[in-house]
Design a protein around this ligand. Sequence first.
Ligand SMILES: Cc1cc2nc3c(=O)[nH]c(=O)nc-3n(C[C@H](O)[C@H](O)[C@H](O)COP(=O)(O)OP(=O)(O)OC[C@H]3O[C@@H](n4cnc5c(N)ncnc54)[C@H](O)[C@@H]3O)c2cc1C
Length: 206
Amino acid sequence: MTAALNKSSSCCCGNARTPGWRFLCRCQVLQVEKHDTFRIETNQGSIVSDSLVIASGGLSIEPLGATDFGYRIARQFGLQIEEPRPGLVPFTLTSQMLKRWAKLAGVSVDALVGHDGQQFRENILITHRGLSGPGILQISSYWKPGASVSINLLPDEDMLEMLTRNKSSDTELVNLLSRYLPRRLGRGHRRQPLVSRDRYRHWLRS
Ligand SMILES: Cc1cc2nc3c(=O)[nH]c(=O)nc-3n(C[C@H](O)[C@H](O)[C@H](O)COP(=O)(O)OP(=O)(O)OC[C@H]3O[C@@H](n4cnc5c(N)ncnc54)[C@H](O)[C@@H]3O)c2cc1C
């Protein structure tokens, strides 16, 4: 049995002494062919084998050694491939949206996150690049580029009903929202609060 391991698997090297096994460390598999047996071309020479297991991982993060090698070999042997797409990942926001949201980086809030019939009640986290946290990571596995995602920041409250209930109160909008949301989020960005103060005042007068 031969196992070819590239550089990120170097922890196995040096102490691999399993009888009947041969470990090739820092070994990159370049090409696989099959006639009667498999012929595996590596940067350390050729290996011939009756069977072959490919465990070269997915496409996640290239600097960690991720390659599309497994997919290429599967295609070469005519296997049907479900087109891979990112899952359990944070969302990045456009630079325009980041102007508003990046100032709130670090704020985390319990939310109901939904897309295409899927919903998750989990925390979301505003980051310097966009949105993360368990709610966002979960919904990302169902999201397709260009589709919209709904985020309900007050899943246990009807916001309109709450504002109507407090219409005659003297409480400032920021203080009112702070009862339900983290204060920084309720306050929003100085020039772009979560709820426009002017629109709120207009609504109070109506
Ligand atoms: C940032 C991050 C965090 C994660 N956190 C968790 C977690 O908390 N819990 C959890 O369960 N999972 C986690 N995962 C997922 C987990 O790491 C993977 O599911 C798991 O490592 C997959 O194992 P694997 O053996 O299939 O592939 P890998 O671990 O990717 O191993 C594949 C190996 O094949 C090598 N290789 C590729 N091409 C070639 C080639 N041509 N020749 C020779 N070698 C090659 C690669 O260098 C790599 O060493 C995380 C993944 C990432 C990226």
